[in-house]
Design a protein around this ligand. Sequence first.
Ligand SMILES: NC(=O)c1ccc[n+]([C@@H]2O[C@H](COP(=O)([O-])OP(=O)(O)OC[C@H]3O[C@@H](n4cnc5c(N)ncnc54)[C@H](O)[C@@H]3O)[C@@H](O)[C@H]2O)c1
Length: 254
Amino acid sequence: MATIVVSGSAGGMGRAIRKRLEDAGDRVIGIDQTDAEVVVDLESPTARAEAVFEVLRHSGGVVDGVVATAGVLFGPGSRMVSVNYFAAVQLVEGLRDALTGSVNPTALVFSSNSVTTFPGYPLAVTAACLAGDEEAARKVGDVDYGVTPYPATKLALARWARRAAPEWMRSGICLNIVMPGLTETPMVADHLDQYLALETYPIPAARPGAPDEIAGLVQYLLGPDARYFSGSVLCMDGGAEAALRAEDWPGEPT
Ligand SMILES: NC(=O)c1ccc[n+]([C@@H]2O[C@H](COP(=O)([O-])OP(=O)(O)OC[C@H]3O[C@@H](n4cnc5c(N)ncnc54)[C@H](O)[C@@H]3O)[C@@H](O)[C@H]2O)c1
């Protein structure tokens, strides 16, 4: 039985991940604002530190996986900066020592394919996140750019994880990035038809993803057959990114 920490465990994908893992006999320590073992608002750095402490108390100091699923798509940019970037980083870093006691230690962070398909978002927010000063980044996040900074926070998270992954792998921990496309969860429920109708975002599968499809990918990535993934960006989006950007990746090094 593995012990897996899932943030956002009460939401769409987090809930599906929790169900899959528990159905398979694993133990889940959920983190969310409600309906979780650790109830916390991840916007607050102090609350996040307390959440890590609580997870360690629940787990006895060893965890096999950390899945940082929690994220916000709407609301102030500062909240996106804190929840989407700083909370995910603090959670996986805060539990890194606990992972080293596991046989198959894995950390997963959740990016978004809006990073590669939604043009014109403010890269200043990405840079501010990666600079590591949360208060300063929150201010940059709250500037009115006329477009959402959401993809900028998710790019920062993917970049952070790609930069960190080689060193984590050298200590035996797989650190990877899950990049969902449009997935039918409470996060997008009120706008689903609008997103599906976007001419600028064609989905060859002609449907949103199901949370359980992402949960299946996560379950695989947490398991013993996925020990050669490190710094990988696993995009599951019904073909949207390939339809829009077939030539952009992979490509030769410059
Ligand atoms: N649904 C999509 O189409 C989509 C697409 C790409 C990426 N994503 C990303 O996938 C992840 C999961 O998204 P989802 O669609 O399941 O979202 P969701 O809104 O259905 O669930 C997110 C969960 O995170 C929790 N959460 C949010 N802010 C929190 C906070 N401050 N403190 C504690 N918990 C908090 C919520 O309470 C909720 O239970 C997110 O990181 C999201 O950005 C979603």
